[in-house]
Design a protein around this ligand. Structure first.
Ligand code: ADP
Ligand code: ZN
Length: 222
């Protein structure tokens, strides 16, 4: 099964994807995580990606599509994948359809997360992430703080704030989302496989309710 997590930055794509990964036993593929790993390791890809990410812009399509195509060829995702942060442009969505079709697969479900704009900035500036690459658990200092300040509950590693999680860069990322990514809502609505979920502190708990809801729907119980 191929699932896509769609939504503006800070709507909880990563949190919901990681819950779904556990519940559905299919791997999460996050383009943002792949770029950050390469930036940390100082690879050629990392050096290029950093220029765009630090300005809240998208990494060019040709680079990003190649990364996903290679990743989707690996053996651990042949039974399915949860794509977190890809596609982000119409071109990427078209190429994804082509890549999957060549394997006799297709996009089975698109989970579109929406959050009120005023909550997005608050969520992002208070976001902290476990620095352990194997863990990467996501916290929120207000909504879901760690038990001990600065330390991951799950693995004890240090929590870090992403460099692009500042108010200034978030505003740029939101602009990029509305201009280049939001047209995907219509693209997938036309394919008839979209499920929209509202993520808001006044409605649900940090992706848990959303992930549960999605699992129920996928199981055909709803
Ligand atoms: P968020 O959804 O919170 O913005 P991500 O980790 O998904 O965080 O993405 C971080 C950054 O990585 C993006 O702002 C963008 O610069 C880059 N990026 C991630 N996925 C893509 C993609 N599919 N196409 C182009 N750039 C991407
Ligand atoms: Zn951790």
């Amino acid at each position: 099964m191929v699932i896509i997590m769609l939504g503006a930055p800070g709507t909880g794509k990563g949190t919901v994807a990681s819950l779904l990964q556990k519940k559905l036993e299919i791997k999460q593929i996050s383009t943002g995580d792949i770029f950050r790993k390469n930036i940390k390791e100082g690879t050629e890809l990392g050096i290029i990606a950093k220029e765009y990410i630090s300005e809240g812009k998208l990494v060019p399509d040709d680079i990003t599509i190649k990364i996903i195509e290679d990743r989707l060829n690996e053996s651990d995702v042949q039974n399915g994948a949860i794509l977190d942060g890809f596609p982000r442009t119409i071109k990427q969505a078209e190429e994804l359809d082509r890549i999957l079709a060549s394997k006799g697969k297709k996009v089975n479900k698109v989970i579109n997360l929406t959050t009120p704009d005023e909550e997005i900035i608050e969520r992002i500036v208070n976001r902290r992430i476990c620095s352990n690459q194997e863990c990467k658990k996501i916290y929120n200092l207000i909504l879901n703080p760690p038990k001990q300040e600065g330390i991951c509950d799950k693995c004890g590693s240090e929590l870090i704030k992403r460099k692009d999680d500042t108010e200034e860069i978030v505003r740029e990322r939101l602009k990029t989302y509305f201009e280049q990514t939001s047209p995907l809502i219509q693209y997938y609505e036309k394919q008839g496989n979209m499920l929209t979920e509202i993520v808001s502190k006044t409605i649900n708990r940090l992706g848990i309710d959303v992930a549960e809801d999605v699992v129920q729907i996928l199981k055909g119980e709803k």
